[in-house]
Design a binder for this molecule. Structure first.
Ligand code: LRH
Ligand code: MN
Ligand code: MN
Length: 431
């Protein structure tokens, strides 16, 4: 039995308050879905098996790119971060794994870290390397790039850092490496667009060579920032080229915030599924750019449409389809534990809504070019309040019917606030 950071009785007391209402709402939704030929329990079971990884960097109070505003009880180290992640999982039962970021996470002893995670019932999802900022004492600066740098020694240093991430990951049971680089240029002419991509591919090939047989490597594209004129891995087309150049273990990672406004991300997802290169997601939401806001907080319909593609692929048993689900968010106006709880729930909500889409009807409306009814079929599922399904899935797994109120009732933040000293505020950094 995993160590629990919040006492089970506290969750039970809060659950008790909500249990009568949940049963009534679940029965009512069950009756509605039954009229449509859907077995609510089958949906709840599927939702209960859907998991998403929490980013270690998401439990720290980030800040913006401009400043850091310390929060109460910020994790002091990776062990504290895991404790916070365990709370999120205990309440949601949706986040059993953590995605690390090296060297933001200082892992001196991977075995000790694994023991701590095991005790909390947590595993590790993809490792994330960082060659977009300089670590203290590193020999070569990434100011002008990393894996695509003009200088071979700088590229080599970035390659070795990625290999170190793989080695740490191997020791703690991770099975994937995510590579996001900030390489690019601010001015036309600053870099040779072709040469820099050639250098990047060569460097990635060196990392790929060191990838264990049962690992996958994810490259993450991002349209711009920190480079503003050109970015080496800027879009899904480039990303697809990388994945095909590298080989079977290489896949594309789609961070929802890394696209221009209005881009049809669900179509990108469909394309990558079709060509067997969808590696996974960094879920978050945004209004303008890479805002890293809570999943579904700005445009829940878009999140649903992404899940509609995922469920469609699941439904037709698409080949080589096993995307990693991870959250990538970090901001500073909420308690990060609450925001991550909310994101995990919103992601499951989009999944549940996509599961109840009447796919037969949708297909026949598509075949007969009934645009209105096809779009209504999606809207119908999206409009359905599936909260009772989400709450029941959490309850059945030992989580909280209302995780945020259970979290607030637990006093966890106040407790760690006493144990963990306030971290200094100050300048920001891109996350
Ligand atoms: C930068 C970024 C990217 C990475 C994360 C660690 O844009 O947000 O999405 O995945 O930092
Ligand atoms: Mn990301
Ligand atoms: Mn980002």
């Amino acid at each position: 039995m995993a160590e629990q950071r919040i006492r089970a009785e506290i969750i039970a007391v809060v659950n008790e308050k909500h249990s009568v209402a949940l049963k009534a709402d679940y029965d009512a939704l069950g009756a509605k879905l039954a009229r449509e030929g859907i077995d609510i329990d089958a949906i709840t079971e599927k939702v209960g098996k859907f998991f998403v990884a929490v980013p270690s960097w998401g439990v720290g109070t980030g800040g913006t790119r401009f400043a850091r505003f310390p929060g109460i009880g910020e994790p002091r180290n990776i062990f504290d971060k895991l404790d916070d992640c365990a709370v999120i999982h205990q309440l949601t039962q949706a986040t059993p794994s953590v995605s690390l970021h090296i060297p933001w996470d200082k892992v001196n002893d991977p075995r000790q870290l694994k023991t701590h995670a095991d005790a909390l019932g947590l595993g590790f999802d993809a490792m994330n390397s960082n060659t977009f900022s300089d670590a203290p004492g590193q020999e070569h600066s990434y100011k002008y790039g990393s894996l695509s740098h003009t200088d071979a020694a700088t590229r080599q240093q970035a390659i070795e850092h990625n290999i170190e991430c793989i080695e740490i990951g191997e020791a703690i049971g991770s099975k994937a490496l995510t590579v996001w680089i900030g390489d690019g240029s601010n001015f036309p002419g600053q870099t040779n667009l072709t040469r820099s991509f050639e250098r990047y591919i060569d460097a990635m090939k060196a990392i790929y060579k060191r990838l264990p047989g049962d690992w996958r490597i994810f490259s993450e594209h991002k349209m711009y920032e920190p480079a503003f004129y050109s970015t080496v891995v800027q879009d899904w087309g480039t990303n697809y080229l990388i994945a095909t150049e590298l080989g079977d273990k290489a896949y594309c990672l789609v961070d929802l915030g890394h696209h221009a406004p209005n881009v049809n991300i669900e179509m990108i997802v469909a394309r990558l599924i079709q060509f067997k290169k969808l590696g996974g997601f960094h879920f978050n939401d945004s209004k303008y750019g890479d805002d890293d806001l809570d999943a579904g907080s700005i445009d829940p319909y878009r999140l649903f449409l992404v899940f509609n593609e995922l469920v469609d692929a699941e439904h037709r048993e698409a080949d080589d389809f096993h995307p990693a689900h991870m959250i990538d968010q970090s901001h500073n106006v909420t308690d990060p534990i609450e925001s991550l709880i909310r994101s995990a729930n919103e992601i499951r909500r989009a999944y549940a809504q996509a599961l109840i889409v009447d796919r037969k009807a949708l297909e026949s409306y598509q075949e007969s070019n009934d645009a209105l009814m096809a779009s209504e079929t999606l809207k119908d599922a999206f409009r359905t309040d599936v909260e009772p399904i989400l709450a029941m899935a959490r309850l059945k797994a030992g989580g909280a019917i209302d995780p945020i109120s259970a979290y607030r009732a637990s006093g966890y933040r106040e407790k760690v606030g006493k144990e963990r000293p306030v971290v200094a505020g100050g300048g920001g950094g891109i996350v």
